[in-house]
Design a protein around this ligand. Structure first.
Ligand code: SF4
Ligand code: SF4
Length: 354
């Protein structure tokens, strides 16, 4: 296992980390596959990863990750606590709420979280999170009080991560990316503001959907050139722990076109790399729509259709009468966006769900 600096925190984290969603028991809606191991088995799986050199474990509050937080706390008691880094998170945006959640997480874990993230920050809640008495102010206070080690902002949006990168209260960022959805990683690589912040990368396998067209060594090797600190892998079985952590991965240099060509053996993808440069004045999230189209064909049919149903009709109606089409001005992949939106809409219609 190789190790990387976690920004300016002084921590060294394993290049690959343990995402705890698959070890939760019970049912939490919208999450990817999990395996419901009992406490003892979950602890043994985490220990197996630890024995291979993994020192970074990421979890969230029970409403988001079920009993994974408690299981991680139990595991931490079985080893030297200082040898692992615990990252936790909660989807609360006001200072009072996140303060309460950090105290509850510390009780569930039986120890202090090393990093605590405000989870799923987006444009609708960012002003509250970053504003006076918002969640970030509270995390900063909690850090000064010694109740957490470091502060974090987790988001799927480049605009939010960039704002966090410029904010001196933030120590660590968490965002998503993989060899297909690499646009945000490319931007982070070029932007000096991100240097000095720790960066935790998730969705390396796109919730498992890219495993099949690509092997695990290709998916991991393909992201090693990006400036993340630790890439999280969801682990739910001994076999997965072994497959993920027992070997060292070599960098794989896939061009974006090579990635698309591999996927073309299954279907014709929309060639969007999710750089998030397309800004629509009507507020349509073009990159999310294109992601659902690709995810649909990679195996997440019902989930993708349900997401698309929420806004696609309104988007299509706007695109059909939109004369400015400013969304395409900055598209790094030169995608003719309204045409591709029509393609996604045809899929939804074919599915009988518009
Ligand atoms: S074509 Fe117009 S309405 Fe459609 S996404 Fe682009 S800017 Fe928005
Ligand atoms: S449509 Fe173009 S600009 Fe928008 S996220 Fe995809 S590649 Fe980037």
């Amino acid at each position: 296992m190789r190790y990387r600096e976690l920004g300016r925190t002084g921590l060294k984290v394993s290049e690959l980390g343990f995402g705890t969603i698959p070890i939760l028991s019970g049912h939490v809606p919208v999450l990817p596959k999990f395996f419901s191991p009992d406490n003892e088995t979950a602890i043994a799986i985490m220990k197996k990863a630890f024995d291979y050199g993994c020192n970074f474990y990421d979890t969230a509050i029970p409403e988001e990750y079920g009993d994974a937080e408690k299981k991680l706390g139990e595991f931490a008691k079985t080893i030297n606590r200082d040898e692992i880094i615990i990252s936790d998170k909660a989807r609360f945006y006001s200072g009072g709420d996140i303060y309460r959640e950090v105290l509850r997480s510390a009780l569930n874990l039986g120890t202090r979280p090393d990093i605590y993230f405000v989870h799923q920050v987006d444009d609708s809640n960012a002003d509250e999170v970053f504003g006076k008495n918002g969640a970030l102010d509270a995390l900063y206070d909690l850090k000064r009080e010694g109740r957490i080690g470091h502060t974090g902002i987790a988001s799927h949006y480049y605009s939010v991560l960039y704002r966090a990168a410029l904010d001196p209260r933030v120590d660590v960022l968490q965002g998503s990316g993989n060899i297909l959805e690499r646009g945000m990683l490319e931007r982070i690589k070029k932007e000096a503001a991100f240097r000095g912040k720790g960066f935790i990368l998730n969705k390396v396998f796109a919730a498992g959907l890219l495993i099949g067209p690509f092997s695990v060594p290709e998916l991991i090797g393909g992201i090693l050139g990006y400036p993340f600190s630790c890439a999280l892998l969801g682990i739910g079985t001994f076999e997965q722990a072994e497959a993920a952590f027992a070997r060292e991965y070599e960098p794989v240099d896939f061009t974006f076109e090579e990635v698309l060509n591999r996927i073309r053996k299954i279907f014709e993808p929309i060639g969007c790399d999710r750089c998030e440069k397309c800004i629509c004045p009507y507020g349509h999230e073009i990159h999310t729509t294109f992601r659902q189209y690709n995810y649909f064909h990679l195996g997440k049919e019902f989930w993708a259709v349900n997401k698309l149903k929420m806004d696609l009709k309104r988007t299509v109606d706007h695109c059909r009468v939109c004369s400015e089409q400013v969304c395409m001005n900055e598209c790094s992949r030169h995608i003719f966006i309204p045409e591709e939106i029509e393609r996604v809409y045809s899929l939804l219609k074919a599915f009988g769900d518009t």
